[in-house]
Design a protein around this ligand. Structure first.
Ligand SMILES: *[C@@H]1O[C@H](CO)[C@@H](O)[C@H](O)[C@H]1NC(C)=O
Ligand SMILES: *[C@@H]1O[C@H](CO)[C@@H](O)[C@H](O)[C@H]1NC(C)=O
Length: 487
């Protein structure tokens, strides 16, 4: 009798403990995450000393800074955002670049093998909005511009989200609360994940409708994203939002990007040798800092700042930081140097080559070896090394390039005279990105060790009390994809 009573009491205590642990798991009610596209890890301390009373400095006072954060390789915006929202690297996600490649079905009317998901998917990319149905999910993409694939004997239009092979944090969070995201093109439909259902609301004004070399115009463009953040915190949506279901309050998970820093880096960059910020870059940083300040103030005004984890981690950096290293090499020289039929070359501060016939690999590599000086090649990655480095196997997966060319630091394969820097490559300048998290309850900490921006996805789920194992990347990764240190 006595024993029984005791065990009753014990189980009551245990149950209470479990209930408490459950509530504790959901440490935050909301996560707001932002990519300051282009911002390097090295820019963070520089900016904080330039603007010690700014919003970023203030966020870091109660936040964790990850000084050794690396984005995906390659570091194009598309694999960069996939890293953040799914935790998957290109070999797993199938997303290598906005300008990728795949073997689509040749029986379909639109079967081109380049799988391009950028502004060319719009109805008219000279306009911010050009769709007859801008508020429909995916409605800002013109189906006539989409590649097609054969699914169960039928040619279907392949929307960007259908190209992604893994689920996203938006899909995991959506059954538990509302989700919102904004980025550069309607093609960021991709973040919805393979189900197409991850976002309650998506806001995708077309960035190419403004001059993407002009900092003033890009700040104007980014201001649309900032207004969207402020509207969401108000439980509202801006006009032309793609709506799956109307917001009923502040989304559980929301985020988006800033482009101003990236544009200022590409057009003006850093001062030679000293790598101090140029005035234009300072203008862009000031705008982003002020904008983050507005988001924090809005969260505070709604009394949800303590319940919100703010994450600022970049999709990519920019190469080179020191403009004296910049060198332009014509991307059109690459395929002829390979000396075989190349189906596709995707080039920035890296070049990805997909060969028409994979039996030509040795010949192509020999041709590129001979052109090392002309093409300023530092490294040619192919074959076993490509697989060993975790890039996947082009023999088994048509999305994987046959050859990755890594040029010397500072080389950009381009004929454009409008830019002095680019990203997409494997260098530290393109991959070492700004990454920090903040909440008023956190103690200021700095983590110096290497972390991956892929860790952001499981961290967001854990912060919201959800199971990181619901991510395909965590379940099937075999890569020990863990939450960020401190969580
Ligand atoms: C880039 O990040 C890696 C991994 O954290 C680190 O080892 C390396 O020193 C960093 N390089 C630069 C130039 O910051
Ligand atoms: C950038 O755009 C603004 C607004 O359209 C214009 O006034 C300015 O002259 C442009 N700047 C450059 C450098 O082209």
């Amino acid at each position: 009798m006595h024993l029984k009573l005791q065990s009753c009491a014990v189980s009551w205590v245990l149950l209470a403990g479990l209930a408490r642990a459950d509530a504790d798991d959901a440490k935050y009610k909301h996560v707001a995450f932002f990519s300051i596209d282009g911002l390097h890890a090295s820019d963070v301390p520089k900016w904080v000393s330039a603007e010690p009373h700014g919003a970023i400095a203030s966020l870091l006072k109660t936040g964790y800074w990850y000084a050794g954060a690396l984005t995906s390789a390659p570091s194009d915006s598309f694999p960069g955002i996939v890293n953040l929202v799914s935790g998957a690297k290109p070999a797993q996600s199938g997303i290598w670049y906005d300008d990728g490649y795949g073997k689509l079905h040749f029986a379909c009317p639109w079967h081109q093998r380049a799988v391009v998901y950028d502004e060319t998917k719009d109805y008219d990319n000279t306009k911010l909005w050009s769709s007859p149905n801008p508020t429909v999910v995916g409605g800002n993409i013109d189906p006539a511009n989409l590649p097609q694939a054969m699914v169960r004997g039928e040619c279907i239009n392949l929307y960007p989200h259908q190209r992604l092979r893994v689920n996203t944090i938006f899909e995991v969070v959506h059954p538990h609360g509302q989700t919102a995201y904004t980025d550069k093109h309607p093609a960021y439909d991709m973040v919805r994940g393979p189900s197409g259902k991850g976002l309650s609301v998506g806001y995708f004004p077309e960035i190419q409708s403004v001059d993407t070399t002009n900092v003033t115009q890009i700040i104007g463009y980014d201001t649309l994203h900032v207004q969207a953040f402020l509207d969401w915190i108000d439980g509202k949506t801006p006009a032309n939002t793609e709506v799956q279901e109307a917001l009923t309050g502040i989304p559980k998970l929301f985020g988006g990007n800033f482009q101003a820093v990236s544009v200022a880096q590409k057009s003006y960059g850093y001062e030679p040798h000293t790598v101090a910020f140029t005035p234009q870059l300072t203008t862009a940083l000031t705008f982003v800092d002020d904008s983050l300040g507005k988001v924090v103030a809005a969260l505070q005004a709604k009394s949800v700042l303590h319940d919100t984890l703010i994450i600022v981690c970049g999709k990519h950096g920019q190469t080179p930081v020191d403009p004296t290293l910049f060198r332009r090499v014509d991307q059109h020289l690459i395929a002829p140097a390979a000396g075989v039929t190349v189906s596709q070359v995707t080039a920035d501060d890296v070049a990805l080559l997909w060969l028409a016939d994979q039996r030509d690999l040795a010949k192509a590599v020999a041709g590129l070896e001979k052109a090392r000086a002309t093409l300023a090649i530092q490294d040619i990655i192919y074959g076993d090394r490509l697989r060993d480095l975790g890039f996947g196997d082009p023999a088994k997966d048509p999305a994987v390039p046959d050859i990755i060319i890594v040029p010397d630091l500072g080389v950009v394969y381009t004929t454009s005279h409008a830019k002095i820097a680019e990203h997409g490559g494997l260098s530290a300048d393109s991959r070492n990105v700004s990454c920090f998290v903040s909440n008023p309850s956190l103690q200021k900490r700095e983590f110096d060790g290497p972390v991956s921006t892929a860790q952001v996805a499981p961290t967001i789920l854990k912060a919201l009390g959800l199971d990181p194992n619901e991510l395909d990347s965590v379940k099937h990764g075999g890569d020990d994809l863990d939450v960020l240190p401190g969580f």
